[in-house]
Design a protein around this ligand. Sequence first.
Ligand code: NAP
Length: 302
Amino acid sequence: MTAQKIDGKAIAAALRGRIGDAVSALDKAHGKKPGLAVVLVGEDAASQVYVKNKGIATKEAGMTSLEFRLPADTPEAVLLEQVDALNNDSAVNGILVQFPVPEQMSQQKIIDRINPAKDVDGLNPLNAGRLVSGLSALTPCTPTGSVILAKETLGDLSGKHAVVIGRSNLVGKPVAQLLLNENCTVTLAHSRTADLPAMCRQADILVAAVGIAELVKGDWIKPGACVIDVGINRIDAPERGLDDEGKGKTRLVGDVDFAAASEVAAHITPVPGGVGPMTIACLLKNTLTAFCRQNGFEQPPL
Ligand code: NAP
């Protein structure tokens, strides 16, 4: 079997297009558009790229993008004051503090401080609790995007056995909860799981969110499974030679051995180009939802 590649780039672009249409319809009807504020502390190179890309996508969707850059030595109290100001600013519907933050700051304190109604990262304990309780919630972006990919590929997920590897608050736990809400039977695996390969072989839907390059081998996959690879790992690529600075080139791989798994699965996400593009699309989706709820507008279906 050669698996069909799930085109996350195309699915994300289509979702961003539908969000853009909804934003423009709401602006026409009410003369208002959603505002997303992103706060970046420090100079982390990867974070700067993420924040830039988020800003571009926000503007492309017709939303207002606000960026706040603070120096790496900013005291925690100053960042929390910034969060308070954004919580109180009616032009800001969504707030995202780019993680990781410098070590003098507590990530959890920041998450706790963001108004849950504006928590477009979906990490505030109130939103996490509402998700578990089956109530409407802003849900974390990468997990939401992962489940959208599975639904776009398979349709109704009811009754499918989903195995999620990884139990972080950021990815594994919310993915498991979202799949449970789709009526999957969910197994949540982690570093202490006994006989992980045998567990994975039972999965109709296998979600890997571990952070270990190509951990999941081809013979861990149930024939015909749908594989969603959330992992992003940079590895050496000696076959690509040297870059301009004479350093060995690298490449990105997921948590799944893509070539081997493609021989067994029916559907699989590539890395890059699978789950990654869905994250920003779901951030915009959450910003639209937050905007509609804060203003009492009915959200157009996406
Ligand atoms: P994390 O917080 O480090 O959590 C990793 C999880 O994997 C933990 O629950 C850990 O188990 C489990 N684990 C570690 N080694 C294992 C093993 N040998 N067997 C089974 N489980 C094992 O990572 P994360 O934030 O969830 O991110 C996971 C991956 O997703 C990373 O590669 C990250 O870069 C990627 N990611 C991608 C996106 C995107 O946009 N595509 C967004 C976020 C993250 P324990 O709990 O037992 O330690």
